[in-house]
Design a protein around this ligand. Structure first.
Ligand SMILES: [Zn+2]
Length: 262
């Protein structure tokens, strides 16, 4: 049974509840959702911001390391006085100020083989915003094991891609990239407006999947060249022999099942 909304929540979310396809039921679905966000940088932090103000009931933010001054051109939850301190706790503080009606858990760790299953277990949906493919592969495999939907968003310089993965229903990250792109963690420039654009689209994918609003990118890969404002949708191959998801047939996560009906 979905949680009811308080008078404050009804007031806070009134404008988005006016959207056809969202409404009060969609808002209660958002409140009933726990979302895991891995990598709370220019991409994950901004995605978390839009999940928070949309009223996703609980966010689990996972990111190790301290804030550096050269993060500040894109990590909009951060402030200059926080340089040198763990960024995930500042993200938690900023989001709590923006929306005190939601729960936010901050985990100052990098995703690893030892922690990923326990981090993912309470989540209904995951947003993959990690900075390298090692963490991305770990989250993808865990999402397949636990049959948890995952929003996959990544960028390189002025290019970006986005897709929504529902294990058993759509290609997984291994299907999409059997061999990983040669993206260097430190090797490309980044504009906050580019990571922010992708982050907004990633948050929107999560909101669509949770509420049934619109049409999420199920089995579709959106590629973006933001230097030229060119967008394209592709249908990636769903590999029946994929070493990660090849054994799955039907999704079992309730959110994944509802997504199939969207
Ligand atoms: Zn796969």
């Amino acid at each position: 049974m979905l949680p009811s909304l308080t008078p404050t929540e009804i007031e806070r979310y009134r404008r988005q509840m006016m959207l056809p396809g969202l409404g009060e039921t969609g808002q209660r679905q958002l409140k009933n959702t726990t979302a895991l966000v891995t990598g709370v940088g220019g991409l994950g932090g901004t995605a978390a911001l839009y999940l928070a103000v949309a009223g996703v009931g609980k966010l689990i933010l996972v990111r190790g390391g301290n804030l550096q001054r050269d993060d500040l051109n894109r990590q909009i939850l951060m402030t200059d006085d926080w340089v040198g301190k763990p960024r995930v706790f500042k993200a938690q503080e900023t989001l709590a100020q923006l929306n005190p009606d939601i729960d936010i858990e901050a985990v100052c760790e990098y995703v690893s083989v030892d922690n990923i299953d326990s981090l993912l277990r309470p989540a209904d949906i995951a947003l993959d915003c990690a900075f390298d493919f090692k963490e991305r592969d770990l989250l993808n495999a865990a999402c397949v094991r636990q049959r948890t939907p995952m929003i996959e968003a990544a960028m390189n310089s002025m290019e970006a891609y986005l897709t929504t993965i529902v294990p058993g229903q759509t290609p997984c990250l291994t299907c999409l990239f059997p061999e990983k792109p040669d993206w260097d963690r430190w090797g490309f420039g980044v504009l906050g407006a580019v990571s922010g654009t992708l982050a907004c689209l990633a948050a929107l994918e999560a909101i669509k999947l949770i509420t049934g609003l619109g049409e999420p990118l199920l089995g579709q890969l959106l590629t973006m060249d933001l230097a030229r404002a060119e967008f394209a949708k592709r249908r990636p191959f769903h590999d029946p022999n994929c070493p990660t998801c090849g054994q799955l047939t039907q999704p079992s996560n309730p959110l994944a099942t509802s997504a199939a009906l969207c």
